[in-house]
Design a protein around this ligand. Sequence first.
Ligand SMILES: [Zn+2]
Ligand SMILES: [Zn+2]
Length: 250
Amino acid sequence: MLLEFPGTRGEIEEESEKHRYHSSIVVNEGDTSILIDFGEKHPPYLRDRINDFNALLITHAHPDHYIWTLREEKEVKIPVYLTEVTLNYGQNKPVNYHVIVPEESFELGSINVVAYEVIHSLRCPAVCYKLKGSKVLVYAPDIVDIGSEGDEEKSDRKRKVFENVDILIADGSSLDVNMVRRKDNKLFGHARIKTIVGWCKKYRIGSLIITHCGKQLVTIDEKELQKKLYEYAEGKVDIRVAYDGYIEEI
Ligand SMILES: [Zn+2]
Ligand SMILES: [Zn+2]
């Protein structure tokens, strides 16, 4: 499996040379090539290639993931997979859309895909994607947690998502600053990287790639960042921070 990261930046004002474009990922397996998320600020080469992918999967309707929230986009002819709530969020819709149901798997070429609901936004409910090919990965660029608080099924649901995963690719909005908010007893926002590394340890996911970088990651001193990641990992998780154009064979 070959992973490409056209963009690695979250919905923030700040940007750097390494994190300029909104987060997305291309997953290549044999002849199958899937793009996840197509946000407002994407590199020009991604637009040029957009109809070469087998499919585009959308996590949620925030504009750093879903360009249709902001404008009409008819040049994208490939099938676009998204939940009903994301499809109905704004007025614009992809030309070739396919509504997916969370937790129902489907095949895209040689990759098996399942979406799972995650806690992230009250207005734009999000999913993460679990992709199974020669390796199993979970892509969760915007996530507070899986399963709601007080939900007895919570740990079961979380286990379903994180069990037997080779690599987690997840939210870099915050290293250790609290970005979880609460309204009417419902959580929204972003988990800290520290918390995400904890999930990796608990569910024995040995490999973590950070993307969707927030202000803290975009502005922090590189040495300081590496030191903190080293501390969190405790030798149990291999952590990398992706940057725009980053490619990795897994
Ligand atoms: Zn985002
Ligand atoms: Zn979001």
